[in-house]
Design a protein around this ligand. Sequence first.
Ligand code: HEM
Length: 411
Amino acid sequence: MTPEAATRSAESESPSKRGARWDVYAIALEDDPHPRWHDIRESSPVLDTGGGVFFVTRWELVDACLRDSRHGAGVGVAASFGAESGLVADVMGAWLMSLDGPPQQRARDLVRREFTPRKIERLRPLVEEITDGLVAPLEARGASGAAEAIDVVPSLAFALPSEVIRRMFGIPFDEWRSGIESIVVAAGAGAIDGIAMIEGLAREFDARLRAGRVPEGLLRQLCEPDPALGALSTLEVVANAVLLVTAAIDTTAGLVGNAIACLLERPELLARVRRDPTLVPAVVEETQRFEPPALSCSRTAGVDFELAGVSIPAGSQLLLGLGAANRDPRRHPDPDRFDIDRDGAGLVSFGGGRHFCLGAALARMEAQIAIERLLVRSPSEWRLAGTPRWQKRNPTIRAHESLPLARAGSR
Ligand code: HEM
């Protein structure tokens, strides 16, 4: 049974069963999941949701599970997509997130070559150029006095990471737009499910490899052998290309949108950051704590063990509540206050241990530049025009579906 199915079935089991009151994925899709996560964290920090899935919400427990080398990769994503065999199962079984031990280390070292701090820093001018290209039409529309609000989700929050990863892959714009991007957009809109998305992306990359349409960029670099590590197999290249696309876009779009909303909901803070743009990185870090775009990740318990008094059998899924842990007052005092002056250390927003997000530095850079160019160093001032709408499809992502802005003034 998949973790998601298991969690949902807990609802229909005996009400006396521990965890039966909570549907942790449904909570993640609420407009404000934080009060209910607070209740779970305080009453059952290791919640047995049934079906061998344990939802962990206290910071120190989440952090410990992430770093505990006895535990293996989680089956969370693959299993919750319901893929048991076929191309999608093969792809999800071969990508970095599903591997353990030496195979994971080898594949990670091969994929990581393009994500070293120096290589990411070299992308800065490109990210700035792309951001400027996206913000300029928004400024122009705002300046023209157009009455209708501008939705910054499609026009900036989503468009920026999609364009950055496209340029990293070197795939021509039209081919990206009609191929990879259209599949991601269709999944985001609920027009296709997760399995169809992974399958569609895998077929796109596989067809490119077979036809030799491999432009200079990430895909070609994934194919490049390393003298010490050897080469990724064709399946591994396809799987990790799919992973990079799916890991990069919706999450970063969530971070950009969440940071914009957090600032616009606090005009005094925004005014302070406009006076002192060096505060932008602190805004992005606090957004990652306060409204992290990735709400959970998972591990498979490698041994029978006890966590906060709960016995967990080997093979159980540890569903690690990143969003809940980031608001644990034991680690982050006064957690429901957005405070860019707090000590931002100890965030679990990018996971941790051997599977720590490979794109963390890139995502941070994109969000910082987007905030800086749209809200901080911009001639225009923006305000929220209406209530932002959260996406309601993917319970592992906290991101806006729509974030309407209007011009508040200019300087
Ligand atoms: C704000 C944006 C992002 C967030 C919140 C995020 C979050 C995460 C999380 C929580 C994990 C699981 C870590 C774990 O299990 O310990 C992960 C893994 C991963 N992320 Fe990200 N991510 C973001 C952006 C990106 C970007 C831009 C890329 C690449 C272009 C990327 C590539 C990856 C990869 C390859 C993994 C798998 C690493 C492994 O299993 O070894 N992510 N990310």
